[in-house]
Design a protein around this ligand. Sequence first.
Ligand code: G3P
Length: 223
Amino acid sequence: MEFFLDTSDLREIAELSELLPIDGVTTNPTILTKSGMLPEEFFPRLIDVLTPDQKIIAQVVATDFDGIMSEARTLSRLRGGENIVVKIPVSHVGYKAIRAAGAEGITVLATGIYSPDQAFWAAKAGADYLAPYVNRMCNYGDGVGQVAELIQTLRQYDMPAKVCAASFKNVDQVHRLLAAGTPAITVGPDVVRSMIGHPGTAIAVDEFSSNWKAAYGCGDLGL
Ligand code: G3P
């Protein structure tokens, strides 16, 4: 499975990639504005922070068909086209662009998905990844359950599109989608840090160290 970071924070990307086997980074126009950089500055710096095997998943901003296609082609050539995925929102014209971009050999992630039905049509249009906005879907109902069901629907029809679950506000949502077997997921650094840290672990480690020090007067095995 693939685990992406949903952020434009280069410091967080570098730090978390050093700690964890992060498979790449997803951005969208809103996330990109938070970097305070223009795309021409941001993407080269992102490329510097990542290794070539880490995917860059970047979104088009244009909303008309020709604009989407032109931006999709430009984005798909970033880093010489290596491990680049282009995000296209599932607006009406977006479905057409997803098909057309796929036909040109561009790897596409259909984004802005609020329902399993939109996801189904994006899969049928040939999207490689589908990004349902889990937390936002939870405003309308059981977002986690609907995405878990979507994973099953795709399996049932042997559709190659991979769910890349997105938009998370807490660890429980992530946990439940991982348990449902999501093939890909993108999560913000704050939630990733909450996944890997637990106060109980810090207490246990302090206890190991203080007991060891009390017994042997040092902080390592000494071998
Ligand atoms: O990757 C999609 C995601 O960035 C949307 O997240 O937190 O704006 O609902 P959010």
